[in-house]
Design a protein. Structure first.
Length: 324
């Protein structure tokens, strides 16, 4: 009797598996959307468009990039977290919305660890600290000294609340016992524009936004955020070389899908994006934007995010920064 009653359940399971396999085989049959939770010209936007251009032909469908900036990347990231897991919606997000904001915010409107699933770690880059050329500041030490001598007179811009470009400076402030007012922007180009216009005195943001203004003679670089000098900006010293140890971080960008997206589709996206990241012309385009392709498995990204959470949780709590 038990065996007979189990047959319908077994048949239903088989049918469900068959339907899932058929769905995966038919995928994709319409354009794929990649949401960028930051403004046009931001680092996630740049890498999404470079990768998307090559990914579309490999999948046989257009890849549409959709900018949804706001709330430090939370708006666009949360949008995809709540989207249907049909294989057609993804987000290329960053450190803040995917890890740091789970610690920073008292109540985040989505959970990146349960409502999103990792697809691939697309790339990373160093943040570069910079000031206006006419500021009179020529080193990170001079910036710190100036903030100490002029409390309350320094502002800094970032790519959003909870972004690495904010938290890196917050940690700098804690380590040097200095103060500067944080002013968030929707993208790194806007954060740099704020320096050029004199709205803020400095920023530590991705090199892609900084270096063109350095070459134009408008900005001066002070340090990079990574543990070692970047091969793409070899002349810029690290924070440690500039006299500040224990301040090391990497701005990274990862592709995520709604948690209910089928395994087969996630694995296919992972395979295709890894293939795209390995293309010499894609590497050249990313290097031209001061980005390093990373890639790896779904499991690699999952472990990486957990490690980032473990390492950065005490750092965030040490800064005392919290968000509503």
């Amino acid at each position: 009797m038990n065996k007979m009653s189990a047959l319908p359940r077994f048949a239903a399971a088989v049918l469900a598996l068959a339907a899932g396999a058929a769905f995966a085989q038919a995928w994709p049959n319409k354009p794929i959307r990649i949401v960028v939770p930051y403004g046009a010209g931001s680092s996630p936007d740049v890498i999404a468009r470079i990768v998307g251009e090559e990914l579309g032909p490999r999948l046989g469908q257009p890849v549409v990039i959709e900018n949804r900036p706001g709330a430090g990347g939370n708006n666009g990231t949360g949008l995809v977290a709540k989207a249907a897991g049909d294989g057609y919606s993804y987000v290329i997000s960053t450190n803040g919305p995917l890890v740091y904001n789970t610690v920073l915010y008292k109540k985040l409107p989505y959970d990146p660890f349960t409502e999103l699933r990792p697809v691939v770690l697309a790339g990373g880059q160093a943040n570069v600290c910079a000031v206006r050329t006419d500021s009179g500041i020529t080193s990170l030490k001079e910036l710190v000294d100036a903030m100490k001598k002029n409390p309350g007179k320094f502002n800094f811009s970032s790519t959003g609340v909870g972004s690495l470009s904010q938290l890196g400076v917050e940690l700098l402030k804690v380590k040097t016992d200095t103060f500067a007012v944080h002013i968030p922007y929707a993208s790194s180009p806007l954060a740099i524009l704020a320096i050029l216009q004199g709205d803020v005195q400095f920023a530590c943001v991705p090199a892609v936004a900084v270096i063109p203004q350095v070459k134009a003679g408008k900005l001066r670089t002070l340090a990079v955020s990574t543990a070692k000098r970047s091969q793409l900006t070899p002349d810029i010293p690290t924070m440690k070389e500039a006299g500040l140890s224990e301040i090391e971080n990497l701005a990274w960008m990862a592709l995520m899908a709604p948690a209910s997206t089928p395994n087969d589709i996630v694995q296919r996206m992972n395979t295709e994006i890894n293939a795209v990241l390995a293309m010499p012309k894609v590497k050249d385009k990313l290097h031209a934007q001061y980005m390093e392709p990373i890639g790896g498995s779904v499991q690699d990204l999952q472990r990486f995010m957990q490690q980032e959470l473990k390492v950065m949780t005490p750092v965030i709590k040490r800064t005392g920064v919290t968000m509503e």
